[in-house]
Ligand binder design. Sequence first.
Ligand code: G4P
Length: 539
Amino acid sequence: MDALATPPATDAASPLEREVARRRTFAIISHPDAGKTTLTEKLLLFGGAIQLAGQVKAKAERRNTRSDWMAIERERGISVVTSVMTFEYEGLVYNLLDTPGHEDFSEDTYRTLTAVDSAVMVIDAAKGIEARTRKLFEVCRLRDIPILTFINKMDRETRDPFDLLDEIEKTLALDTAPVTWPIGRGRDFAGTFDLTRQRVRLIDPDGRHSPLSEPIDPSDTAAIAKLAPGVDAAATAEELALVRDACNPFDLAAFREGHLTPVFFGSALRNFGVGDLLDGLGANAPSPRAQQAAGRTVEASEPRMSAFVFKIQANMDPNHRDRIAFARLCSGKLTRGMKAKLVRTGKQMSLATPQFFFAQDRALAEEAYAGDVVGIPNHGSLRIGDTLTEGEELSFVGVPSFAPEILRRVKLADAMKAKKLKQALQEMAEEGVVQVFRPADGSPAMVGVVGPLQLDVLKNRLSAEYSLDIGFDSSEFQLARWVTCEDPKRLDEFATANRSGMAEDLDGDPVFLASSAFMIGYTGDRWPGIVFTDIKDVK
Ligand code: G4P
């Protein structure tokens, strides 16, 4: 099948369908340092979203503009915010959802992955599959998200490309289909051979997107040597013959089902291979997919607007203490000023200032379609997992909460501020900064996190935004599990019998706190019918 066919037909029947068809909403998954930031910058350059290379990469600058308030981020030099960047390229609208690099904020990343239709997996050509790539890949696989692979840093010493493909296939159980093939590597990296079009693209020394050559026969060593004089043309021709004989051809259906990944080789730093990757996304990545709600599936081209919130971010602009809910549109058309129903409360809210985000700017979103992500400023009315509709009682499922790996009791320096702390923790939990569990015995609230940096963020923000000075006490509990039972009476009996270990989460759902995995197993054995889970869909 032609890997780089022309973009899918946009002559679909209705204007709404046309808008849906031209959208690609995706994220980049990678291990830290593989080149996600550099690739993001280069993708945005293609879309004209930024004028000069270096604007996204300028992490110092990014810190100033996006999250100056968070001293901890400055100190540690990590990005802990997630946002979205929209750009247009060759008639298509790309929504790139950014994910935090640090694993302590992986909950944020998992939630963001519920809002994309495809992902680009960036692999360092010298390192291959690393731990975090693998973990994030597994999250994508749970949702059958199609994945394109970009093997980066081909301009450095690399592993053998066949080895890298083999590793992807073996460790991820994912078929690979190279779309381009490197000509030379490391210092000799000259460009790639486009396996679909049988043409060569050479690196432009100035980082421009160079044109493809005329078609050449991959076994024609003289032609290769002429185009790329520095490389071993015979070795390249040999590799290309092996690729032809041994590698899978691209198969759109297998890709869309998440069984096969098209592979592109390049160097984000040298701005090479990025255009081919973008073409691959445009031609083959799915347009916004149907989304699962409780009771029914919502098609992207349905006329009525629906959306869900997957991320809340406070203080994006240090000059205006603001709180933005990021909502992914699932169907219909959002028009600025329209009224939407917040299904959890049944209340109407006016979408007066929905926003689109670009590399450095934001703009009012006059209209948005399925696949788009809009930021909705609010003062606490929206929570992660919320569904917005034009009136329908609909609840999207699949924005998950994960059982925390660390539990701490919050220690308040000034006991007079207990009420304020309660409110502050509620808001932090609604934003997804931490999870909060309120013990049934009335003892102080517990916070649960996946990684310790989240505790630092909580402490910093409570101090900066609420003037609350807190500390953390370790707790006798190490684990939290949501408990459910088909028989509500039995669940009540369980809660009463285990009162000292029971707590409520943000939604009021019962949680069992335990000192060890052994305790959970032991209690489970004694209470058949009670189900203990470590993942919960946010309501
Ligand atoms: P990340 O967001 O995945 O963590 O990676 P990032 O883009 O920040 O890249 C990590 C390092 O790898 C950076 O170098 C970056 O310049 C380099 N890099 C990215 N892509 C390529 C590539 O294609 N080829 C080569 N040779 N290097 C690449 P650094 O020295 O850590 O940072 P900086 O001093 O350049 O900011």
